[in-house]
Write a new protein. Structure first.
Length: 315
């Protein structure tokens, strides 16, 4: 029960406060990881594996220490809440999405282009309002899993060590997991580990998005059909599930040509609806927030069911 209360308290704290502007624990982890990368970097898979293992083990070890301290004191719930708040990013994701919506609805394309790098690595310089809206909806969909559902899932499964280890994995993927020349080999293990850590949460996100579709005027039946048909079309084994479900729930079409610096990617189209528009950004944020709350109810409910089953087995 302590973990359940801590997860809920951390979710509430994130909803009320979001991420701090300075001194964020994840930023501190990123700085430490960057320092270690400078010492360990070689253009090899083995060095990247060593780097990834050291960073994730360090985060998990810190979680074990926090958990041990909590067990010996009356503050276990508070420590779990603090760790949950530190790794969640759903509120900040929603705020960035709403900032994009405000700029797009005002017709301020330049402001929206300046804002897009807060959400994704896509080059915004040549994007129009609809392409900016598409990029935002796609980012909100994918990051609903990465920033909210996955941390809650791993927190429910493994407690504070799971929370911190997951955030370490996801942060390393953002740092070294992309396919640039420097990280093609060095970041391979981090990228694959992130894929594994997000496999279940991404599919849970997809199913919860289907269930929550009516809250944004969508059809669960249509959303599920798009999830099944298009979820595997995306080059990412996980992001496609989230984006396809959002496309179906919102009744829009996602995917297309994405430009990342000098790299151009042609993504399959997801969904049968119209092109995403600025007005869809607010709907995507509302859907994301609903899915986050639903995921907390699901993982905590699952924990309660497992406890009840274990008690019945002991009788």
């Amino acid at each position: 029960m302590t973990t359940d209360k801590g997860l809920l308290a951390g979710l509430l704290l994130d909803a009320l406060a979001g991420d701090p502007r300075r001194g964020h624990p994840v930023a501190a982890f990123g700085r430490a990881a960057s320092a270690l990368e400078r010492r360990l970097y070689r253009d090899s898979v083995g060095r990247g594996a060593l780097f990834t293992a050291a960073c994730v083990a360090g985060a998990a070890g810190a979680g074990l220490v926090v958990d041990a301290v909590g067990r010996r004191t009356a503050g276990r719930t508070a420590l779990t809440a603090a760790a949950t708040w530190a790794v969640l990013g759903g509120t900040s994701l929603g705020r960035e999405g709403l900032a994009m919506a405000t700029a797009l609805e005002a017709g301020d394309i330049e402001a929206a282009r300046r804002r897009l790098p807060h959400l994704c690595g896509r080059d915004p310089s040549a994007l129009d309002a609809k392409e900016l809206a598409r990029a935002t909806v796609e980012s909100v969909a994918e990051n609903t899993s990465d920033a909210a559902v996955a941390p809650l899932f791993w927190g429910a499964v493994l407690g504070v060590p799971g929370l911190l280890a997951y955030r370490a994995v996801n942060t390393l993927d953002a740092m070294v997991g992309h396919r640039g020349p420097r990280y093609l080999r060095f970041g391979r293990v981090a990228a694959r580990l992130d894929d594994a850590a997000n496999w279940v949460p991404a599919r849970l996100t997809g199913l919860l998005t289907v269930a929550c579709a009516p809250l944004v005027g969508g059809s669960p039946r249509d959303a599920y059909a798009i999830l099944r048909r298009d979820g595997a079309a995306h080059p990412s084994p996980n992001a496609g599930r989230c984006e396809a479900a959002f496309a179906g729930a919102l009744g829009v079409r996602l995917g297309g040509v994405n430009v990342y610096g000098n790299r151009v990617e042609h993504r399959p189209e997801l969904g049968d609806g119209r092109a995403a528009e600025p007005r869809d950004v607010r709907r995507a944020v509302r859907l994301s927030r609903t899915v986050t709350v639903a995921s907390a109810a699901v993982v905590i409910g699952a924990r309660a069911a497992v406890r009840a089953w274990a008690r019945s087995r002991r009788r």
